[in-house]
Design a protein around this ligand. Structure first.
Ligand code: PMP
Length: 356
């Protein structure tokens, strides 16, 4: 049979592997591959969801109620808040708005897997800058990588998948080295898990007041446990966010996502207690692994990084055989999410067995 003639696809897109999700887990397995929140949804959030406006109606296109609520929460105007279906959507929107063919986007590597893909989709050129040996952003090297073609820089703190934060002083020094017309996206998807007092917090510090080229990105997927509903937000200069609104797909934040996000803000104290429990588990997990001799970088997130190098695939398989689904990055390391209480000891036990 002859092959059908298919529509032409941009060659760089045809060469791009689709976003790879962590493996799905069976009912008895611990799914520790996607940095999700292991807790069940709060009853108050479920109740709010059930009362969501009729689903035959479109949602409010700009999620006004949620933006107002976030504006009050962070002391900014409603036009300084942008909401989309996950913070990854906002990354796409901002990069599309800032860069196209011939433009460069600087980001640390290894970092969040979506970055190289979204740069390509915009038609831009990615400039990955290697992390330091201890899994941190090399901000000096990233500033050095800026050229007159750089249109955006993505900074991830704590860094996915290695875990360390960037300090306020480091970030301030970095921003001061970057031309003011270059967009800086400060991806703080995991910020609620940070306990280091010197870590940058773009919203507490209102970095966008002094530096209108900085947009801070947050999500309801991790600490707030709404990954399945898809809702994230950005705070920054209204005009920069208008550009993200223009490149976004209209009406993509569902009424359910908006309502659940508001209910989660109402229940924030309760949710942050869960975050504290995850942080305790993180400490136990990281210490247990370090006691076996693993060189686990300082993690300020809801995951740990196991530098397994050339043994990565084999060790990930050992975890899988023990019903623990982790996220391997072949030849480099394994990211393990901090999940259910009972998973911690089990992960430590399997890791010990693989040390041999
Ligand atoms: N940024 C980082 C660093 C992430 O790790 C993730 C999710 N893995 C996201 C953004 C996107 O999260 P979401 O789209 O669920 O808000």
């Amino acid at each position: 049979m002859t092959e059908p003639i298919l529509p032409r696809i941009r060659p760089e897109i045809a060469a791009l592997a689709p976003y790879r999700q962590g493996k799905q887990a069976g009912p008895d397995a611990f799914k520790l591959s996607s940095n999700e929140n292991p807790f069940e949804p709060l009853p108050s959030v479920l109740e709010a969801l059930q009362a969501t406006t009729p689903i035959n109606r479109y949602p409010d296109a700009t999620a006004t109620r949620l933006r107002e609520r976030l504006g009050e929460r962070y002391g900014v105007g409603v036009d300084q808040v942008h909401v989309a279906s996950g913070s990854v959507a906002i990354l796409y929107q901002l990069v599309q708005a800032a860069a196209s063919v011939g433009d460069e986007i600087v980001y640390a590597w290894r970092s969040f897997e979506a970055y190289p893909g979204l740069v390509l989709v915009a038609g831009a050129t990615g400039v990955p800058v290697p992390l330091t040996g201890d899994g941190r952003h090399d901000l000096d090297a990233m500033a050095d990588a800026v050229t007159d073609r750089t249109r955006a820089i993505i900074v991830c703190t704590p860094n996915n998948p290695t875990g360390p934060i960037i300090t306020s002083d480091e970030f301030e020094a970095f921003v001061n080295r970057v031309p003011q017309d270059v967009l800086i996206i400060l991806d703080e998807a995991y910020t609620e898990f940070v306990t280091a007092p010197d870590a940058v917090d773009g919203l507490d510090e209102r970095v966008f007041d002094k530096h209108p080229n900085v947009v801070v990105l947050r999500t309801f997927s991790k600490a707030y446990g709404l990954a399945g509903l898809r809702v994230g937000y950005a705070i920054g200069h209204a005009k920069v966010l208008d550009a993200a609104r223009s490149t976004g797909i209209p009406l993509s934040v569902t009424s359910a996502a908006e309502v659940a996000a508001i209910a989660s803000l109402d229940a924030e104290a309760e949710l942050l207690e869960r975050v504290a429990a995850i942080v305790d588990r993180r400490t136990a997990l990281a210490e247990g692994l370090r006691a076996q001799g693993w060189d686990v970088p300082d993690t300020q997130s809801n995951f740990v990084w196991l530098p397994t190098g050339t043994r990565t695939d084999e060790i990930a398989e050992a975890f899988r055989a023990a019903d623990i689904i982790v996220r391997p990055f072949s030849g480099d390391g394994i990211r393990i999410s901090v999940g259910e209480e009972e998973s911690i000891e089990k992960v430590i036990r399997v890791a010990a067995e693989t040390r041999g």
